[in-house]
Design a protein around this ligand. Structure first.
Ligand code: TRP
Length: 337
């Protein structure tokens, strides 16, 4: 029996890019939920630095951002004793498997990826082959662990669908090898919108500094960003079509306080938008305060972080080596003596 069959728990895999500080959107939509899944699932979480270099990175910054993202991941509640938490480039099996899978992926499939089209429009001076094959590497991340479930945001659905197609195609051609992964959309995984243009997703690359809240922003900054949030010309705090700004603020407030839309509406009946925005800012700042202090504590303890990283990559390597050997046998590579 394989290691995985002995543990009845389903296996979950997800990854996050080490570009800059996580946003409130990354936190609420993704990383916060990862922590909540650790007990129910065998969880594997990864900082995807290999993916990050598909767009131009300054080496020193990438290195610092990767360490920071790892510390942030732990600060957000990923416990390295419960989950396998590691850095993608430390496990060479991802890149190796990616090559094999790229030979089971069609050019036409990759050419249909909407994220590739978006990113190549945004980085017209650097449309490199890695940007194009990025989804194959993502498939390798997932399939290398035979993950059952993959927590992802809506923007990654097409990539996961491709990973499933690659798994099915490989299995049909070479015999059952990979688990076909399912997307996992957490119930509480709301999609947060820009505070300055609530019809757009909250994005760390937004040029307007007030559009996006970062999880390491200090309280004053958070309050200021919420006070400047774009709303509408009415005055009623209620969730309704057309009130994108207020809807977004209510969603955020609900996510950090656990209150329902009705409760929020009742709480702010008769009060103005000003009071509401301040309340949202306060609630977000209070919610993020422990994450920030835990991040600071961890960042000061490099020895501990390095130890966690080393253990995580060793675990990840061992989990994937067996699957990769099987893949190599299946495709007809000779044994390495
Ligand atoms: N592509 C994902 C993103 O940009 C990150 C990612 C890489 C990922 N590999 C993954 C997510 C595997 C889930 C599973 O958000």
């Amino acid at each position: 029996m394989s290691e995985q069959e002995m543990t009845a728990k389903k296996r979950i895999f997800s990854g996050i890019q080490p570009t800059g500080v996580f946003t409130l959107g990354n936190y609420i939509g993704a990383v916060r939920n990862w922590g909540a899944l650790q007990d129910a699932y065998e969880s594997i979480y990864c900082i995807v630095d290999l993916h990050a270099i598909t767009v131009m990175q300054e080496p020193a910054k990438l290195r610092a951002n990767t360490m920071r993202a790892y510390a942030l991941m732990l600060a957000c509640g990923i416990d390295p004793k419960k989950s396998v938490a590691f850095i993608q480039s430390h496990n060479p099996n991802h890149a190796e498997l990616s090559w094999v899978l790229s030979c089971s992926t069609m050019f036409g499939e990759l050419n249909r990826m909407t994220q590739f089209k978006d990113k190549s429009a945004r980085h017209a001076d650097n449309i490199n082959a890695g940007l194009f094959t990025y989804p194959v590497l993502m498939a390798a991340d997932i399939l290398a662990y035979n993950a059952d479930l993959v927590p992802i945001g809506a923007d990654q659905k097409q990539h996961l669908e491709l990973a499933r197609n690659i798994a099915v195609r490989f299995n049909q051609r070479f015999g059952d090898t990979f688990t076909v992964p399912e997307p996992y959309m957490p119930k509480t995984g709301a999609r947060l919108m820009s505070l300055q243009d609530p019809t757009k997703k909250m994005s760390k690359s937004d040029e307007n500094v007030n559009a996006c809240v970062f999880i390491l922003d200090d309280k004053d900054t958070i309050l200021r960003k919420f006070r400047r949030a774009v709303t509408d010309s009415e005055s009623e705090v209620c969730y309704r079509e057309g009130k994108d700004g207020i809807n977004n603020l209510m969603t955020i407030y609900g996510c950090v306080t656990g209150k329902t839309m009705d409760e929020i509406t009742a709480e702010f009946a008769g009060k103005g938008y000003g009071d509401f925005k301040t309340a949202v800012g306060e609630a977000v700042a209070d919610h993020l305060a422990p994450v920030r202090s835990e991040f600071e504590r961890l960042s000061a303890d490099k020895a501990y972080l390095n130890e966690c990283i080393a253990i995580g990559s060793e675990q990840a390597y061992r989990m994937t080596r067996k699957i990769l050997s099987k893949v190599y046998r299946r495709v007809g590579f000779t044994d390495r003596k």
